[in-house]
Write a protein that binds this ligand. Structure first.
Ligand SMILES: [Zn+2]
Length: 286
């Protein structure tokens, strides 16, 4: 009986010894974690910071760029695209936005106001107003950019403001850097990077196939433009220039006919490309 009591007491002692040892280890662990916590926190912040810095393609001296998105017209989901573009670009660079969305008449009225572009570093056009016939309006609009206002021109901007303008003076295509008369059938576009060393194309793959596509035919690339990428929908039998930069008087222009589908415009390759184009046009990327 005594022996049994001793044995169980020893077992109890052993358990309580183990418990004390366990408690000491836990206290030591807690102390070392407390000591390590600031280091772990700093490491965590550094990792997050690195990720954040990677997201931002470039900041322009901490001061946000002021951009106006002019959008609207038929055939495209401009309501969603205004969010895709402005949020996508602002995630990648320090850009603040105003957005104007309207039909052809309202857009014409807005872009005819005195000083409509004065508050902005860059105007981004993602619009489709192909039936404008007023040459004076288009000339005045183009002049804003000829005098130095940076522009980013996307997709159906290339079919706007020139098809039905009478006469030979085609100010808008000269501003764009290309003349496009039509587009081909809907199909994914294989985009070939022609200028991997150009700042706008750094980070863009050698080849990229868009999820969906509507390739614009380009009849003329203006001598003032530098082509950065070409696109094909038939495995490379025919190509059309599809990404470029242009200088128009004192103004810098970045353009791409890629776009049309929300799926394409939501891709990182697309938003990164347009962001770098915007930064180049405003002199923030060389
Ligand atoms: Zn389209």
């Amino acid at each position: 009986m005594w022996a049994l009591a001793m044995a169980s007491e020893m077992a109890l002692d052993e358990r309580s010894d183990n418990f004390v040892r366990f408690e000491i280890i836990m206290q030591m662990l807690a102390r070392s974690l407390t000591c390590l916590f600031p280091a772990v926190l700093i490491l965590f912040l550094l990792i997050c910071g690195a990720g954040f810095a990677e997201k931002k393609i470039q900041k322009n001296d901490g001061k946000p760029l002021r951009a106006l998105l002019v959008t609207g017209g038929g055939y495209h989901d401009y309501k969603k695209q205004k969010t895709i573009l402005t949020e996508g670009i602002s995630k990648r660079a320090n850009v603040e936005w105003d957005i104007f969305i309207g039909d052809a008449a309202k857009t014409k009225a807005k872009l005819s106001e005195d000083g409509w572009a004065d508050d902005y570093d860059v105007i981004v056009y993602n619009l489709c107003h192909a039936h404008e016939t007023d040459g004076n309006f288009v000339e005045a609009l183009s002049k804003v950019h000829r005098e130095g206002k940076a522009a980013v021109v996307l997709h159906c901007s290339m079919h706007s403001y020139h098809w039905k303008v009478p006469g030979e003076t085609k100010h808008w295509p000269a501003m764009l850097g290309v003349t496009s008369p039509r587009h081909g059938k809907h199909a994914p576009i294989e985009v070939t990077n022609l200028a991997k060393d150009h700042a706008v194309m750094k980070g863009f793959p050698k080849k990229w196939t868009t999820p969906k596509g509507e390739l614009y035919h380009i009849d003329k690339t203006w001598p003032s433009a530098t082509v950065l990428a070409k696109g094909s929908i038939d495995g490379g039998k025919k190509f059309h220039d599809c990404v470029w930069v242009n200088t128009y008087g004192k103004g810098r222009v970045f353009g791409t006919t890629l776009g049309h589908h929300n799926e394409t415009m939501s891709e990182d390759n697309y938003l990164g490309l347009v962001t770098r184009g915007l930064l180049w046009a405003t002199g923030n990327l060389e």
